[in-house]
Structure formats: C-alpha cells, structure tokens
Design a protein around this ligand. Structure first.
Ligand code: PAF
Length: 298
C-alpha cells in the first residue's frame, strides 16, 4: 500500500492550526465535495494507509490527523512509550496521495474552557477495555468529538481492530446526532495473521511470533462457534490461549451493539475479543464469529 502511486496533482499539506485547516477545507465544503477523515495517533502502518485508500475512494478530499491524545491513556508509562514518528508518517502520507495531515499540539486541541456535550455510555465503557483501562473511552470520546468538530468530515474511517472503540464512536455519533457517517473498516493483518498495530513496533522478533496465539485463538473460537454455545467457546478458547506464553487480560464473546457478553445463544455479528500482554506490550484483537447472514440461515 505504501507503494501506491499518488495522483500527480496531489501534494500533502501539513497543518498544525485549527484556523488554517478550516480555511483550507472551506472551499471543498462550499463546492459540495465530501471530506473523508482518518483520526490516528501516528506511527502509521499499512492498516492506517488502507483507511486512507478507502477514504480516497469515497471522498474528494482526505484528512488524516496525528495526535497522541493524553486523555485516553490510563497509564503514564504507556503514554510516554507510545511510538511517535512524525517524519516517517508524513513521508508515507505524501507517498499515498493524502491531501491534509493535521498534527495539532495538545493546547490546540484542548484550549482552556473548551467543553464537550455530556453523553451516557452506559455499559459500553464498563466492560472489556473499559474494565481494564478505566477512563480510556471518556478520553477517546472527548478527542474524537473535538476532532469531528474541528474537521467537520462527511465520513470518518475507523479500523475494526479497535472493535469496542468503534462501537463507542458509533454510539456517540448516533446519540449526539453528529452529521458524520462512520465507516468501520476490516482489520488489516500481516502475512502471519497478526493484526497491524502501532504497538507491534515494540515487539521483538520472538514476541511477534508468540503473539500469533491471539489470532490462532480467534480462528479456533470461530471454528468452535459452529457447534457450541458462547460460554463453551469462551472456556475452550481460554484453555487454548493459555497454551501460549502471553498474559491474558480477557477473552469475551459479545453482542456487537450492546457489548453484552453472550452465554447460551448467539446474536448477529457475535464477536470474540481478546486483550493480553506480550512482554510489556498490550495487544488487542477480535473476530466476528457469527456473520449476520450465517445466523439467519441457521
Ligand atoms: O484508534 C486510535 O488511534 C485512537 O483511539 C483515536 C481514534 C485516533 C483517538 O485518539
């Protein structure tokens, strides 16, 4: 993907100020062009670039933001260690023909006295990531709301690897009636099946190999789901996962909209989610076990 040839007329413009970004985007909006937006925290990989390509296919202008949002990190160490590589990211976006890179400072995104509307997340931010990373989704909602307000995109593209994040953002968009369409995009995996993540940069070669147990467990769960109920699948998946060397935080099988754990029966789009530590690096992944059509035909 990084080798994709940019359209010759496209040059990446790097912008750090909200005012300048809005001045650049105004003429497109006036013309009725669609603005596609990909919020990121940088350390870009092919997964991010595939979101850019999907935005380019749907929209006339594409904006990527790179902002390592301090409010969504529940561990100060994780924030410090989060990979940052603006120069390499800029080169990748230039190569792929992205139009705008918005890379604001913390002060630009969170000026004194800014506020975001109150919103109930109910159980959505209590389970799974919410349980192990308290406050994480409040930070995600805060920054995504802010970025939507700044960029005012027509479409925003998010990877399904962050499955719970996508559910929370869909919920926020619906409940605040935000004028943006959320596009959930398939998880990008390398040849071994490992889900692409900026955090993979911190894995040694042997850890990368150890981490394959995550996707293997998800595939195993998908196979089991053909014949067993969700509770049995979960129990067997945990046993299987524990044959590897990673430290498990959770495996859950949930309904994709409510995120309620499933026990005795399946629901459309039932998804298995895993979070675990590979050495010091926290990795998450998920797989839809029951595609919607399959359940209808059962
Ligand atoms: O998925 C991410 O990289 C971040 O959570 C997001 C959506 C860019 C918000 O900071």
């Amino acid at each position: 993907l990084s080798a994709r040839i940019p359209k010759p007329e496209r040059h990446l413009k790097v912008i750090t100020s909200i005012k300048e970004l809005q001045e650049y985007l105004f003429p497109y909006r006036k013309k009725g062009d669609k603005i596609g937006f990909i919020p990121t925290m940088g350390a870009l990989h092919d997964g991010h670039l595939s979101l850019v390509v999907q935005a380019q296919e749907k929209c006339q202008v594409t904006v990527v933001s790179i902002f390592v949002n301090p409010t969504q990190f529940n561990s100060p160490q994780d924030l410090i260690k989060y990979p940052r590589n603006l120069e390499a990211d800029t080169a990748l976006l230039e190569k792929i023909g992205c139009d705008y890179l918005f890379a604001p400072s913390v002060e630009e995104v969170y000026p004194p006295n800014y506020s975001i509307p109150k919103m109930e997340l109910g159980e959505l931010d209590k389970v799974m990531e919410g349980e192990f990373r308290p406050g994480h989704f409040e930070g995600v909602v805060e920054v995504v709301y802010r970025l939507f307000d700044i960029v005012k995109p027509d479409f925003a593209f998010f990877g399904k690897k962050d499955f719970q994040q996508l559910t929370v953002i869909n919920h926020m968009t619906k409940s605040l009636k935000l004028p943006v369409e959320i596009v959930g995009c398939f998880t990008s995996r390398d040849d071994t099946g490992l889900a692409r993540s900026s955090r993979n940069m911190r894995l040694s070669e042997s850890e990368r190999n150890d981490a394959l147990i995550i996707y293997k467990t998800l595939l195993y769960a998908k196979e089991l789901a053909k014949e067993s109920n969700p509770s049995d699948v979960k129990a067997k998946a945990i046993d299987f996962f524990q044959k590897g060397s990673l430290k498990l935080e959770y495996i859950e099988i949930v309904d994709p909209e409510t995120l309620n754990p499933l026990t005795t029966s399946w629901s459309k789009g039932a998804t298995a989610c895993i979070a675990s530590y590979c050495g010091e690096v926290r990795l998450i992944d998920n797989l839809e076990l029951i595609p919607v059509l399959e359940l209808e035909n059962r």
